[in-house]
Ligand binder design. Structure first.
Ligand code: GDP
Length: 210
């Protein structure tokens, strides 16, 4: 493959491939896969749109209680990125909570190309018990994941730093969790290039950047 820079990767065309609770029903290309998940309203859609320089790539679903789909996008024929349904809506019936857990478990145990699941956490609120429920699924399935703090523009840089340290400590027992906690703001566009660089290296682990 010809050489590529991180900047070039993130301006590639990004096409919706399909969405379903069960990815096995979709015809998906065999590519390295990067996924994003987080509590509802964490800023996932805003972050995805900012990362890939698009306005409406990720569609927000504001309807709690509806079974949501796992949406797949093809980034220039080089990688798949995956928008997983948010969790933690206040008023979701238990049946849908179980459906979400089942879909997540199926997703992480069947997608062999999955390189990293980025778990988004609101920098103001930090980790909640429901995030640890997800970590247990990821731990049990040996799924690599990394925490990204969002909306960092809403708190001071000192608060961001202490939230990063506190979060790092909380995840250190999860052996598949990357030790570094990233911090971003989709509004101020801070931390995005570090996350893009991280994704670039996950997609092209052997590529040196000139
Ligand atoms: P999702 O439900 O996780 O997809 O969250 P959205 O991306 O729809 O964002 C939820 C709310 O948070 C919206 O009102 C966004 O405008 C706001 N938001 C998202 N990212 C940021 C950010 O980086 N900074 C600030 N201040 N607000 C944000």
């Amino acid at each position: 493959m010809k050489s590529i820079t991180p900047r070039q990767l993130f301006v590639k065309s990004c096409d919706f491939v399909g969405g379903s609770g069960d990815p096995s029903v979709l015809k998906l290309p065999d590519l390295p896969e990067i996924a994003f998940v987080g509590r509802s309203n964490v800023g996932k859609s805003s972050l995805i749109n900012a990362l890939f320089n698009r306005k409406n790539l990720a569609r927000t679903s504001r309807t709690p209680g509806r079974t949501q789909e796992i949406n797949f996008f093809n980034l220039g024929g080089l990688a798949l990125f995956v928008d997983l349904p948010g969790y933690g809506f206040a008023s979701v019936p238990i049946k849908l909570k179980h459906a979400w857990q089942k879909d997540m478990t199926t997703y992480v145990t069947t997608r062999r190309g999955m390189r990293m699941l980025f778990v988004l956490v609101d920098a103001r609120h930090g980790l909640k018990p429901i995030d640890f429920d997800l970590f247990n699924i990821l731990h049990a399935s040996a799924t690599p994941f990394q925490v990204v703090l969002t909306k960092t523009d809403k708190i001071s840089s000192d608060e961001v730093e202490s939230r990063q340290l506190e979060t790092q400590k909380s995840v250190e027992d999860h052996f598949t969790c990357a030790p570094e906690v990233l911090a971003v703001s989709a509004v101020k566009k801070t931390g995005l290039s570090a996350l893009q660089m991280r994704i670039f290296h996950l997609v092209f682990p052997d590529l040196m950047i000139k």
